[in-house]
Design a protein around this ligand. Structure first.
Ligand SMILES: C[S@@+](CC[C@H](N)C(=O)[O-])C[C@H]1O[C@@H](n2cnc3c(N)ncnc32)[C@H](O)[C@@H]1O
Length: 341
């Protein structure tokens, strides 16, 4: 069946690279994937792309682009920052009879909410729309981008105005492990909770660094995100983010230490006890041992406490520390100097 959708005249990626003299820019962390088995495998992990509307982020010379075009997608929007790749992408567009829409831009600022026709929109509780995001981006872009997209997923904005848009993205191997880490694993971190409370996250497979040209220092993990109908924590993203950040800031200590920093010093002991009791969290658990249910309990209890004291949410213990330091310095300067004559 697959051969029905194959587009025979597509130029090979090596031809495109040679034709336009496309060298990877090390400063831009460009690492190309030219192995067709691997580009096909990434695209297969996105699911069935027949008649799909796909956005590929950072297509570069077009290895993954080609695999997407061969998968039966109806429309492929590519967002590429580096102008050197535009002529090669135009060539792929011509060879695919106009299926590729090329945007020269930065995916961090591109309006994904306007990227596709509105008729593709599905209700959140419905099946996911036939809209997919696929990309092999530089590591310094993929991590801030996934944090931005997780917030947009929580708010149903950006690419999630179409419904539960699925994403298949590459990350540095260690980040892929953190995104998918289960309770009590070494890699369990802030990113694990933020991703897993909103989606089903799957580390599909790893690609050794040597498969890329040029070879990056680290291996790469391919991660698939499928947004959940009901997030596992029913609280605003910013609140969840604050609780989770506090819990993990002292990751080697008992969890009560980080949790206590949600509260101003004068109420710290009392309110920490209150939140731990209400969320049914054992104070001597390590942050990595907390389950999603524990985080749900902590966020719900913190929300209630913030409703009772509206100043609580804006409290930031680092700011308090900073203020104290400034005051100490001012006091030292005010102390009269006693000079011995
Ligand atoms: C690691 S290379 C991968 C290229 C290609 N997808 C592949 O797998 O061979 C990353 C690509 O993303 C592009 N890129 C980097 N930052 C970007 C951004 N903020 N927005 C859009 N594209 C970006 C780079 O120019 C480059 O083409």
């Amino acid at each position: 069946m697959m051969s029905l959708y194959r587009l025979p005249p597509l130029p090979t990626i090596r031809e495109i690279i040679k034709l336009y003299n496309l060298r990877a820019e090390k400063q831009l962390s460009q690492n190309f994937l030219l192995d067709l088995k691997l580009t096909d495998k990434i695209v297969r992990k996105a699911g069935n792309l027949q008649n799909a509307h796909v956005c590929e982020v950072g297509p570069g010379p077009g290895g993954i682009t080609r695999a997407i075009l061969n998968s039966g997608a109806e429309e492929l929007l590519v967002v590429e920052k580096d102008t050197r790749f535009l002529p090669g992408l135009k060539l792929l567009n011509e060879a695919s009879m106009g299926k590729v829409r090329i945007v020269h831009g930065d995916i961090l600022t591109y309006r994904m909410d306007k990227a596709f026709p509105r008729h593709l929109q599905k209700a959140w509780s419905d099946d996911p729309p036939n809209v997919h995001i696929i990309g092999n981006l530089p590591f310094n872009v993929s991590t801030p981008l996934i944090i931005k997209w997780l917030e947009e997923m929580a708010n149903r904005t950006g690419p999630f105005v179409y419904g539960r848009t699925r994403m298949t993205l590459t990350f540095q191997h260690e980040v892929a492990e953190r995104l998918t880490a289960p309770t009590s694993s070494k890699q369990r971190s802030r990113l694990s909770i933020m991703a897993q409370y909103l989606c089903q996250v799957k580390h599909c497979f790893s690609i050794p660094g040597r498969a890329f040209v040029p070879k990056p220092e680290v291996d790469v993990g391919v991660v698939h995100f499928s947004p959940l109908i009901e997030p596992k924590i029913d609280q605003p993203f910013k609140l969840v983010e604050k609780v989770v950040r506090n819990v993990f800031q002292f990751r080697r200590k008992y969890c009560y230490k980080g949790i206590s920093m949600l509260f101003p010093e004068e109420q710290r002991t009392k309110l920490t006890e209150q939140i731990l009791t209400s969320a049914d969290v054992e104070p001597t658990l390590r942050p990595s041992a907390l389950t999603m249910k524990h985080f749900q309990g902590l966020c719900n209890a913190y929300r209630e406490m913030c409703e009772q004291d509206p100043h609580l949410f804006s409290y930031n213990f680092r700011e308090e520390l900073h203020q104290k330091k400034v005051k100490r310095n001012q006091d030292t300067q005010k102390t009269p100097q006693i000079t011995l004559s």
